[in-house]
Design a protein around this ligand. Sequence first.
Ligand SMILES: *Cc1c(COP(=O)(O)O)cnc(C)c1O
Length: 853
Amino acid sequence: MILMQTNSEMKLHRIFIKNELPAALEPLTRLANNIWWSWNASAQELFSSIDPDKFVELNYNPVALLETLDPSRAQELAKDKKFLSQLKAVEKSFDAYLAEPLKRKSPKIAYFSMEYGLHISLKLYSGGLGVLAGDYLKEASDSNVNLFGMGLLYRYGYFNQGLSINGDQIHKYPAQKFTQLPVEPVRNEDGSWLKITVPVQGRMVVAKVWKLPIGRINLYLLDTDHEDNQQDDRALTHMLYGGDNEHRLKQEILLGIGGVRAIEAMGLEPEVYHLNEGHAGFLSIERLKNHVQQDGMNFNEAVEAVRASSLYTTHTPVPAGHDHFPEHMLRNYLYNYAADLGIDWKEFVALGRLNPDDEGEDFNMSKLSIRLSQRVNGVSKLHGEVSQEMFTSLYPGYTTEEVHIGYVTNSVHYPTWIANDLHELYSTQFGKNWLRDQSNKDVWRKVHKIDDKKLFDVRHTLKVRLLEYVREKLEVDMRRRGERPKAIIDIVNNINDNALVFGFARRFATYKRATLLFKNEERLMELVNDADRPVIFLFAGKAHPADQGGQDLIRHIIHVSKKPEFAGKVIFLEDYNMEMAKLLTQGVDVWLNTPTRPLEASGTSGMKAALNGSVNFSVLDGWWAEGYRPDAGWALPLERTYEEQYLQDELDAETIYAILEDEIIPTFYRRDENGISKDWMGFVKQIIAEVAPTFTMKRMMDDYYDRFYLPLGKSQTAASKSKWKPAREFAAWKQDVSEKWSGIHVVDNNSFDSVNESLTMSSKFNAEVVIDTNGIDAKGLVLEYCAYRRLSEEKLELIRTEPFKLAGQKDGKATFTISFDPQYTGVFEYGFRLRPTHKLMPHAQDLNLIFWV
Ligand SMILES: *Cc1c(COP(=O)(O)O)cnc(C)c1O
């Protein structure tokens, strides 16, 4: 007999039952739901004390800890007087922190970034760019400024790294449970969840808006992974930097266009938009559209309004590093925007092209961002210069040094990256509330008052803690990879707490040259196997899943680390993340960095090390070109000796060995009767006193305000208050001048005859030039004498500019005169350059027109 069964299929429903804490513990929920706890030591201790092992196991995630808290433990804590009083103290300092009024009157800033590194339990970051953005938001809260962040909430984020026994990288994507994150829905007035829509190929993709409180400020995050969307679109917020180029395009549309829509829906009204990297470039397109459709502007007027309130920060020193999309792909997504803006498609694409007429040229996000931002900056002094060079071709007629791109050197958030023990030690000397003045060197110089032995002991404790972590982690990871027990024991037992420990951890991009140290294995072998002077090299870092070259480097290190001579001396740690970065930068003696110059835009991990008194040894690239001092670390020279990279690598490796053998190792082991090296402590104290303060986030935030936000905000406020009158006038002037420019011509040129005459130091250079300005008011023109030194066939260095005087204008003809001492002797080249000028122009290239007389 056949039994007929109905409803035989399992029928399950998902339900989320919220853990309820006893009333006395309720404040814990509040604290857990603001990431502020992650840079407050007492709050961390409080959560850890609930269940130290579980806290670690849960990636230090207090929301998850509370959600899974055992009721009996909760009851116990609710009666624990000591715990309750600690809880009260933390809550009190949290409330006091929140209650402080805004520090200064400043414009409201919207900060856009594709990634945010806030904490290991929030999978919203991949590497340095994200950690920088996360640190920046934390400082915005500490500095109490009017700023909020915009980004995407990823279901899987960036991958977790595993390794096979051969060193092959394994990519793991565990999903994050949003109920276990400190995020909450942003709600409409009627209590419903705020959702915005973004057009994607004719469909409307719906994004939910979340809020992640960071101390006093908010980070808003968009999320498309829900039932309103079809499967493809749900995946938009699955992975960070996953998928193909088209997927990236869709994500950037979501971030830029969706971000602006979310801001509008929330009524936030920022005055300045800060684009952290070109990923956010489409935000300007949406803003153009709003100005055209809501404020009745034409396209050119809208461009001026958007430009006057936008800052673009570029982080990439190579052209290929900037996102770009083929025209046909862009057309599929954004074609309608051209009509919305009142321009044709060709003009639209031109916004992202160097040469508007080159039909084959991709649409480039950094070109777009530069075109629609009045201000642009690189992330270190050197990178600012490299960026000027990279974008010189956008401004024909100007030399590289004249290109308007500035810089703000990156930094790190001290409370996030400092070891607690060290912070306590510093605070004994630095005075009360010193963190408010944390970029002041005079404060940090008090480190010299700390006893060498005391500082050494704290730093040694940090090293021991790091090496203990390394041993435990290796045991677990190597067992999982299937390594032989003997190999594991050999390595773990070989790790010596008294060794000189080097750290190298960062993204494994090939330009970072992680394996440079292994160029000459024999020499390295001798170096690490000196029984009296043991040395350990710790490595960690992820390579992008599509970067085979980067993954090869990891395999290479694993291969070397398995050789018996390197057991416990060369170690690779799986799954680099922010927690590991803390342990490493706090615990190592020397932080090593060996990028191919000038490809390290800034680098920040070395700054984390510097705060903690870990000495840096690095190529003079990025931040270290500014931070380096001979008494506070070691450096490989900035100049390239060889064109060919393999020869440069060889030379750099040799230099590294020599510095290790002759300087670093002997200095570290030059011990006195107390077992410490005075010379070494000299380096430690100097990097703390002279280097660390410059690379604190407060300095970086102040720089952004002084150089960019305040000037941009001021003009923006004035413009919006007067119904965008300045933007309209400025646009009309630009249009007028642009149309007339090609009709400008020289009527008369009575100047020094460089063919038949020569000058001496004591004679004057005189010139009079009459120009038909084709109807342009000559007060809006600058004629300047420019003198150049020729560096090569195509490269000139500008050595002097001298403005002409406008002697008069009549009947459309302007007379310019000049007379000055030549000043420079020798051979150089000169020319007379005419360019437009206007009181609203922030820099000469803002209207990129030049006429050579
Ligand atoms: C600080 C940090 C980085 C950035 O390191 P760089 O030296 O700037 O490359 C990358 N990843 C993590 C997890 C970090 O904490």
